[in-house]
Design a protein around this ligand. Structure first.
Ligand SMILES: [Zn+2]
Length: 66
């Protein structure tokens, strides 16, 4: 069944989610996997940390400081 992701698929979706909106079914499958998995929540947290750091860096450079 499509809703049962492997960790590899789940990680690919987590990365893809950084760039684009996922289809509802993918989001659902991803949420279910992350809730049941031990490794993927760690990956998700790392991606969120990376995204926040990137956003702060963008804000910093956009503010005109050098
Ligand atoms: Zn997993």
């Amino acid at each position: 069944m499509l809703l049962r992701l492997t960790c590899k698929q789940a990680t690919a979706l987590l990365v893809a989610r950084e760039d684009r909106e996922l289809p509802t079914l993918d989001r659902l499958a991803l949420r279910m996997h992350v809730a049941a998995c031990r490794a993927c929540p760690v990956v998700e947290r790392q991606l969120l940390t990376m995204r926040n750091a990137l956003r702060q860096w963008r804000n910093y450079t956009a503010s005109g400081a050098d």
